[in-house]
Design a protein around this ligand. Structure first.
Ligand SMILES: C[S@@+](CC[C@H](N)C(=O)[O-])C[C@H]1O[C@@H](n2cnc3c(N)ncnc32)[C@H](O)[C@@H]1O
Length: 323
C-alpha cells in the first residue's frame, strides 16, 4: 500500500522531528559532561522492529502482563469510557494494545494515534483503518512531549491511552508536565495509563538484559542510526549495552559503554571516548501505584480505578480529567 492510499483512509499530520533536531540533540548530548542521547531516537524503523521483538521475549514481562490485563478488564473499561469515545493514544508502537482497547469499547467513534516512529505509525494506522472501517482514524507523527495538539472532537468523550509503561521513560518532573498537558487535551474525559511496578531486582534487570541479546541490539541500533542519518563513524563492536536497576531512584538505567579508548565522528565533529565511558540512552522508572497516583494528581487528574495483575507486576490506572 502506498502512502497516498493510506492518506485516503487515514488523516495524517506530520510533525516528525527534522534530521537537524536529531543532529543537534546528538551533538549536544555527546558534548555534555555526562553523555546522553534522548531515548525517543531509539525508534527509527529498525528500532521499532527490534522493540516488537523485545515485546515477545520471555524475560520482558510488561507486554504480556498488560495485554492480559486489557483483555480481562475490557468490559469494565468500556463501561467507564462510555459509548462513542474518541481514543487518543500516545506512543502506539505495534498497535496490539490499541486494537484490544478499541475492540472492547462500545462503538468507538474515532482513534488518534500519536507516535514519533513514522513508518510504523502509518503502517499500523492504515491496517487499523482497514480492519475497523467504522472508526475515523488519524495518525500524528511527532514528539508527544513537545507537541500541543488541538484535535477535532469526533465522538462523545475523549479517552487518552498511554500503555507500555512508556511514562516511565520520562523523569518524574517531565512525566508530571506531560500528564498535565494530557489533562488539558482531555477536558471532562479520562486517561488509561499502564505503569510498571517496582519488583524483585533480578526480574526487572533480566527484562532489560535478555539472553537473546535483542535489547542490546535495540540499544546499539541508536549508534547505527547515527551512522546512517548523521554521517556517524561509530564502530558498533566498540560499545556494549548495559542496563541496571538504580534502587535509590527506582529506575532501570540503560547505557552504551565504550569498550576501549576510541573516537567517532558525528556530522563532521569528532568525539573521544575513554575505555569504560558511558552514554546514557534510556531510563525506565518503576512506580508504585500510590506514587503514580500522586503524580497524576499533581498533573490535575483525579485518580479513579487502579488495577494490578495477580502477580503484582504491572498496574493500569483510570484517571479523570477536569472539565
Ligand atoms: C515503549 S514503546 C511502547 C509501544 C506500545 N505502546 C506498547 O505498549 O507496546 C514506546 C513507543 O512510544 C514511541 N515514542 C517514544 N518516545 C516518543 C515521543 N517523545 N513522542 C512520540 N512517540 C514516542 C515509540 O516510537 C514507541 O512506539
Amino acid at each position: 500500500m502506498t502512502v497516498t492510499d493510506v492518506i485516503d483512509r487515514v488523516s495524517f499530520m506530520d510533525f516528525e522531528p527534522a534530521t537537524a533536531s536529531f543532529r543537534d540533540d546528538v551533538l549536544a548530548g555527546l558534548s555534555h559532561p555526562i553523555r546522553r542521547i534522548p531515548c525517543k531516537y531509539l525508534y527509527d524503523a529498525a528500532g521499532a522492529a527490534l522493540f516488537e521483538r523485545i515485546c515477545e521475549l520471555p524475560e520482558y514481562y510488561p507486554t504480556r502482563t498488560e495485554l492480559a490485563m486489557l483483555q480481562r478488564l475490557g468490559p469494565e473499561i468500556a463501561a467507564l469510557a462510555g459509548p462513542e469515545a474518541q481514543v487518543v493514544e500516545f506512543g502506539t508502537g505495534d498497535g496490539r494494545k490499541s486494537r484490544l482497547l478499541l475492540n472492547a469499547l462500545d462503538r468507538p467513534a474515532s482513534y488518534v494515534s500519536i507516535d514519533i516512529s513514522r513508518d510504523q505509525l502509518i503502517r499500523e494506522a492504515a491496517a487499523l483503518a482497514l480492519d475497523m472501517p467504522q472508526i475515523e482514524v488519524m495518525a500524528v507523527c511527532g514528539d508527544y512531549t513537545q507537541q500541543t495538539l488541538s484535535l477535532p472532537t469526533v465522538g462523545r468523550r475523549r479517552v487518552g491511552f498511554f500503555p507500555g509503561s512508556t511514562i516511565g521513560n520520562l523523569t518524574p518532573v517531565a512525566a508530571t508536565a506531560f500528564l498535565a498537558r494530557c489533562a488539558n487535551m482531555l477536558p471532562g474525559g479520562a486517561m488509561l495509563v499502564g505503569v510498571d511496578i517496582p519488583k524483585d531486582i533480578a526480574v526487572v534487570e533480566a527484562a532489560y538484559n535478555d539472553s537473546a541479546g535483542v535489547t542490546a541490539a535495540f540499544s546499539l541500533n541508536l549508534l547505527a542510526r547515527i551512522n546512517r542519518e548523521l554521517g556517524g563513524t561509530f564502530d558498533l563492536s566498540g560499545f556494549r549495552h548495559y542496563a541496571y536497576f538504580n534502587e535509590d531512584q527506582s529506575k532501570i538505567e540503560i547505557f552504551l559503554i565504550s569498550q576501549r579508548e576510541q573516537r567517532a565522528a558525528v556530522a563532521g565533529r569528532f568525539f573521544h571516548f575513554r575505555a569504560g565511558e558511558r552514554i546514557h540512552i534510556e531510563d525506565s522508572y518503576k512506580l508504585a501505584p500510590a506514587t503514580f497516583q500522586n503524580m497524576a494528581r499533581a498533573a490535575g487528574f483525579e485518580p479513579a480505578q487502579v488495577w494490578v495483575d495477580p502477580d503484582g507486576l504491572f498496574s493500569l490506572h483510570w484517571l479523570l480529567a477536569p472539565l
